[in-house]
Design a protein around this ligand. Structure first.
Ligand code: HEC
Length: 104
């Protein structure tokens, strides 16, 4: 019964996203981060993190440097990169970071 339900649910990306909590917080955070990324960052950093050359290629961001990441996102990197302190919470930044760590 449960398997059949899962099979039905796994059709379609949106439904798959809703199911991610079943697989643990990590995947959920990355999925949330991906949504925030596509809404907020993709315009410059490229869809799915594939940089158009306009901005830093986030797939190349050093994954040991969360502080640098958080600082860049919250405070910006003038003149090209705006700061997001007024729009994103630290949880949002952590979620985006989880997404960045997936490599897009
Ligand atoms: C208006 C365009 C724009 C948007 C929107 C934008 N960025 Fe950037 N971002 C840039 C540019 C340009 C750079 C390169 C700045 C530099 O290195 O001088 C950059 C650099 C960065 C860096 C590298 C900083 C470093 O330490 O080298 C990170 C991390 C980053 N952006 C994350 C994000 C995230 C996450 C978002 C969404 C919340 C975002 N950016 C939204 C333009 C943008």
């Amino acid at each position: 019964m449960r398997l059949a339900v899962l099979k039905t649910l796994s059709v379609g990306g949106v439904i798959t996203l809703c199911m991610l909590p079943l697989f643990g917080v990590k995947a959920n955070d990355a999925a949330l981060g991906r949504e925030i990324y596509q809404d907020t960052c993709a315009v410059c950093h490229g869809r799915d993190m594939v940089s158009s050359g306009l901005a830093f290629d986030l797939r190349k961001f050093p994954l040991t440097e969360f502080d640098r990441f958080q600082n860049a996102v919250m405070n910006g990197k003038p003149p090209g990169m705006p700061g997001w302190r007024s729009q994103l919470s630290t949880e949002d930044v952590r979620a985006i970071w989880d997404y960045v760590k997936t490599g897009g």
